[in-house]
Design a protein around this ligand. Structure first.
Ligand code: FES
Ligand code: FES
Length: 134
């Protein structure tokens, strides 16, 4: 049912934890299952590069694997590049997710967006650039 990459990121998730001096923090809940995800980022204020990112989740195995992959994909990227990340891209990078588990991958994408919205708010920037759930 799960690809090898999903099993790898589930068994050995990357970037788990907290960043004590994070300057962007996002927390979201999954309306479908009630699970929670929190993402911490350390963003360079000059270059806007996401220098570090960590996550914590109460989500299921698919949420852990997608968060692990999502953090790998945004680490070292600029804010603008990270805003282009979609849950489909995360699922593709994991060689696919079962359709019933796609909602779990939303958690990672939304937490990335929530953390970036937090950063924008802290800097008085216009959050309307950030994609919103429909
Ligand atoms: Fe809740 Fe997957 S079932 S995140
Ligand atoms: Fe980004 Fe929902 S917050 S798509």
């Amino acid at each position: 049912m799960y690809s090898e990459k999903v099993m790898d990121h589930f068994s050995n998730p990357r970037n788990v934890g907290e960043i004590s001096d994070a300057n962007a923090v996002g927390q979201v809940g999954n309306p479908k299952c009630g699970d929670i995800m929190k993402i911490y980022m350390k963003i360079n204020d000059d270059t806007k590069v996401i220098e570090d990112v960590k996550f914590k989740t109460f989500g299921c195995g698919a949420a852990i694997a997608t968060s692990s992959m999502a953090t790998e994909l945004v680490k070292g990227k600029t804010i603008d590049e990270a805003l282009e990340l979609t849950n489909q891209a995360v699922a593709d990078a994991l060689d696919g997710l079962p359709p019933i588990k796609m909602h779990c991958s939303n958690l990672a994408e939304e937490a990335v967006h929530a953390a970036l919205a937090d950063y924008y708010e802290r800097h008085g920037m216009d959050t309307s650039e950030i994609p919103q759930c429909t």
